[in-house]
Design a protein around this ligand. Structure first.
Ligand code: NCD
Ligand code: ZN
Length: 346
């Protein structure tokens, strides 16, 4: 039985770091294991311009633990007022690595998102021209569409027509949760990729309602049926370089989660690598873990792979369950996969 795995140091291609005190509380868990992370721009107010991204980058930089070589990779939040030249300059200076499309109202802090993708054509054409990826929250927001169908409908009604209209556009379907999403990405060319989260590989929609309502499993896109989870796992371990890790670690304080109208988001940064080693071992695919967490993402984003490494060791004693992180503003619950984890980052 394999009890050790050494990987090039991983990157997280979809991460929410927040700002202020929460940023300071959550950042060390990521910098401890990851070399880089693509930082989502859905702050309040959102990171819309190059100037916003630069000031957010500096705020993150100040919160990085001393001596850590961690590098935040910045994104811009696409609005209907986004200027193509501002985006192009931010990309060409190296400040941003992607632009994020949130359909207005789709998820946490998405009110300033895009109501109709045809209104942002000029920006998307500029991005296609310069090769800057568009990261997409792929859910329609129409209240008439069942929440479990919103990703599949988005692909058919929004994403596929958009990619046909702007053929050179490079797209990452963020946090894919369905068979339809996996198939759409597998069947398409190198201009399309997808991130997969840790939690969607481990929970299905039953977990959200097991014995009562479990707010810490509520995130968007919402976890789907078991058959979808199995398709996500198959994609993650397939070795197909179109699929890579984006944890979507999305911290919300317990107060905001455990509420009559709780926020969407799972905070998984502290134990993500232990969870993933567990999943890949279950799938008999530990040899595919490095591609998923360390190689496929940089290849898509045209960045060098990391040079140092990280080792995970399987021990007989489980990982101490750090159930809660105490922050200055209150406790924050860490993702609980529902069973012990034996892979430790050493
Ligand atoms: C994210 C958040 O809290 O910012 N929530 C989530 O459930 N994933 C937003 C997002 O990525 O949709
Ligand atoms: Zn997210």
């Amino acid at each position: 039985m394999q009890t050790q795995v050494t990987l090039r140091r991983p990157d997280d291609w979809h991460l929410h770091l927040r700002d202020g005190e929460l940023l300071k509380a959550v950042l060390p868990a990521t910098t401890q294991h990851f070399a880089r992370a693509l930082v989502m721009p859905n702050l309040v107010p959102p990171v819309v311009t190059a100037a916003d991204a630069e000031s957010y980058r500096q705020q993150i930089q100040r919160a990085i633990p001393p001596a850590s070589p961690f590098e935040p990779l910045m994104t811009l939040y696409l609005t209907e007022a986004t200027q193509p030249d501002d985006v192009a300059e931010a990309a060409q200076s190296g400040l941003i690595k992607a632009v994020k499309l949130y359909p207005a109202g789709a998820t946490t802090n998405s009110d300033s998102g895009v109501t109709d993708v045809t209104r942002v054509t000029a920006v998307l054409e500029k991005m296609a021209e310069i090769g800057l990826p568009l990261c997409v929250h792929g859910e329609v927001t129409d209240a008439d569409i069942d929440i479990f169908d919103r990703e599949a409908v988005f692909i058919e009604k929004v994403l596929d027509p958009l990619r046909r209209r702007i053929p050179g556009l490079r797209v990452v379907m963020e946090h894919v949760t369905t068979i339809e999403g996996v198939n759409y990405v597998s069947e398409n060319d190198q201009s399309l990729a997808a991130t997969l989260t840790t939690h969607h590989l481990m929970i299905n929609r039953n977990h959200i309602f097991a014995g009562g309502i479990r707010p810490h499993y509520y995130c968007l896109p919402i976890a789907k049926r078991e058959q979808h989870r199995l398709a996500l796992r198959a994609a993650a371990v397939s070795g197909d370089s179109s699929f890579f890790l984006g944890t979507d670690s999305a911290p919300h304080l317990d107060d905001a989660k455990e509420s009559a109208c709780g926020c969407a988001g799972v905070y998984n940064a502290p134990n993500t690598l232990s969870c993933l080693a567990h999943v890949f071992e279950e799938e008999g695919a530990l040899d595919k873990l490095e591609g998923f967490v360390s190689l496929h993402g940089p290849a898509f984003y045209g960045l060098p792979v990391n040079t140092d490494s990280i080792t995970l060791e399987k021990r007989s004693t489980p990982l101490a369950a750090d159930e809660k992180l105490q922050t200055a503003s209150g406790p924050l619950t860490v993702f609980d996969p529902g069973h012990a984890l034996y892979w430790h980052v050493v």
